[in-house]
Every structure is written in C-alpha cells, then in structure tokens.
Ligand binder design. Structure first.
Ligand code: C2E
Ligand code: MG
Ligand code: MG
Ligand code: MG
Length: 286
C-alpha cells in the first residue's frame, strides 16, 4: 500500500488526505441525514430549587440514536460537528426543537426555563440571533424562558463580535449563562471584563462540585465572583446530599445532577415534573 512506499512521499500524503476527506464526508452526511431522519433528540435534565425540591427548569442535552436503538451523545460528536462545519446546522435544529418544546409547555401552562447549549462557533454566526428570534416569534414563546449556555472557550470577553452578539441576545430578552464556570475565570483581570458582560447566570463546573465538601476552595472562589457580579448561580453535577447541603448552606440553591435526576427523554421528564421527583430513573449507558 501507499503507506509502505517510503520513497513516494506524495502518494503517502495523498492517501492520508483522501482518507481524512472521506471520513469527514461520511460524518457530515451522517449528521445532516440524522437531522432529516429524526435521529436527534433533546433529553432534559431537571434543574431544581434545592430548598424546596421544586423543578424550576431543564437543561436540554443532545442525544443521537445509535444503530442499536439506544440514545446517547457520542463524546466526539460536538467536536466533529464543529470541525467539519455542520455545528451551525445542528445548532439550528437544537434551537428549533427547543422553541417547539417551550411552546408546548407554555400552551400547557408549564412555566419552566429551558437552558440550551451553544457551541463557541455558533457565537460567530452572524445570523444566529435573527434566526433565534424568528423561531421565538413563530412559536410565540416568552423570550425570557430561554437560557443560552456558553462556555469559557468562547472567550466572550475577548471578541468584539461575541460581545455584540451577547448584547443582541440581551436586547431580545434571552438570558445567557456561563457554563462550566471555574478555573479559567478565577483571576481579577478576567473578573473586570466579566462584570460588564450581559450575562445573567453562571454554572459552577461539575469538577468543582464533585470536590465538595472536602475541597471547597474553588467553589468558594466562584461563589464570591458570582456574589460580586450579582449573578445567579447554578451548581451542576450534584451527586450527593453532602454536596447539596454544603451548597445550600452557602445560599447556592439552584442545582442539577444525578442526585435529582439524569437527563431524561421528554415523556419521562414530564412524569418527573408532575410527580416532583418521585420517579426512579434508569442509568444512561454511553
Ligand atoms: P454540559 O453542558 O456541561 O452538560 C452537563 C453534562 O454533565 C451532561 O453531559 C450531563 O449529562 C452530565 N451530568 C449532569 N449531571 C451529572 C452528574 O451528577 N454527574 C455526572 N457525572 N454527569 C452529570 P452530556 O449530556 O454528555 O453533554 C456533554 C456536553 O456536551 C455538555 O456539557 C455540552 O457542553 C455538550 N452538549 C450537549 N448538548 C449540546 C447541544 O445541544 N449543543 C452543543 N453545542 N453542545 C451540547
Ligand atoms: Mg450546559
Ligand atoms: Mg456544564
Ligand atoms: Mg460540562
């Protein structure tokens, strides 16, 4: 094969490239075809007011149906979609599905917020806000019920374009949460930038919550950043009662995690919501 013909470097590189291009095309096809064929779904993880145990919202988490019929998010799917340039198409499907879901809830009198994850790449899509507002108008939903989660890799403080976009979201009444909040933010320079951003929530990263209650340094830092910036705090990845109690004792009372529920398919989420957490949910295998 070309791989073993050391004397012919050009042939070697060509075959590598061809292989890569082919893989990329297959992946692109799989994702676009998957959207067409209904192979994607949003699963919902309840967000809880831990003082009362009440469900106050949900995070929408993408799942893709596997050949064996199970649903999971392959760990490289988002990264691949970003690399091969289909993340905007996938993200638009996520927006549309989220708006449909919110419209359905609001018609049934269910007032929950829905948090939707956004890739940093989508923050570079000039039409993103227009597109989102179209969906919101078409489905006639309250803009404030939608929360967009962006991550620190979006480097929001450093890009003029991202700043404009955040401003436009703010003006459209859509909330923004900083996801996976932690290490990268724990310096004062960043804090100064951060104070001027139109952001309403921060989500404390699971890696810090899982270190509670024994190692509480990072969560204390993050919580004081939040207090200074007057932002709502959500803790993610709460798995134990000890973690919940530590957070509650520090007035961090909005949380999500396996202690309450794993992400659930829609029907199961509804049952969880209506029975306020008395459903025993299954484990996700992926
Ligand atoms: P994330 O936004 O930080 O979501 C939280 C992840 O932690 C989810 O993984 C969730 O299932 C998991 N999780 C929640 N509670 C617990 C817990 O108590 N213990 C443990 N061990 N894990 C918990 P998931 O669904 O696999 O999603 C992984 C990441 O993929 C998300 O992290 C998010 O960054 C990204 N993602 C998911 N859906 C979308 C989407 O629609 N669009 C984009 N751009 N990214 C998405
Ligand atoms: Mg998230
Ligand atoms: Mg997160
Ligand atoms: Mg995360």
């Amino acid at each position: 094969s070309a791989r073993h013909q050391g004397k012919n470097q050009i042939l070697f590189f060509d075959s590598e490239l061809a292989e890569k291009a082919e893989k990329r095309l297959t992946q692109e096809f799989d994702i676009l075809q998957g959207i067409e064929e209904g192979k994607f779904a949003l699963w919902l993880q309840p967000q809880i007011d831990m003082r009362s145990g009440e469900v106050i919202g949900a995070e929408a988490l993408l799942r893709m149906q596997q050949p064996d019929g199970s649903w999971c998010l392959p760990s490289d799917l988002i990264v691949n979609a970003e690399e091969i340039g289909v993340i905007n198409a996938l993200g638009r499907w996520v927006f549309e599905e989220s708006c449909r879901l919110l419209a359905d809830w609001q018609q049934r009198g269910i007032e929950l917020t829905l948090s939707v994850n956004l890739s940093p790449i989508q923050l570079r899509d000039a039409d993103m806000v227009t597109h989102l507002r179209e969906h919101i108008d078409r489905h006639n939903i309250t803009p404030g019920s939608l929360v967009l989660e962006i991550t620190e890799t979006a480097q929001v403080g450093e890009s003029d374009h991202a700043l404009h976009l955040l401003q436009a979201l703010h003006e459209a009444g859509i909330s923004v949460a900083l996801d996976d909040f932690g290490m990268g933010y724990a310096n004062l320079n960043w804090l100064n930038q951060f104070k001027s951003l139109p952001i309403s929530k921060i989500k404390i990263d699971r890696s810090f919550v899982s270190a509670l209650p024994d190692d509480d340094t990072m969560v204390r830092i993050v919580a004081s950043i939040a207090a200074i910036s007057k932002l709502d705090v959500v803790a993610e990845g709460i798995e134990t009662e000890a973690q919940r109690d530590w957070l509650l004792a520090r007035d961090i009372y909005i949380g999500q995690g396996y202690l309450y529920s794993e992400p659930l398919p829609r029907g199961q989420f509804d049952r969880y919501y209506f029975s306020l957490g008395k459903v025993i949910n299954h484990r996700e295998e992926c």
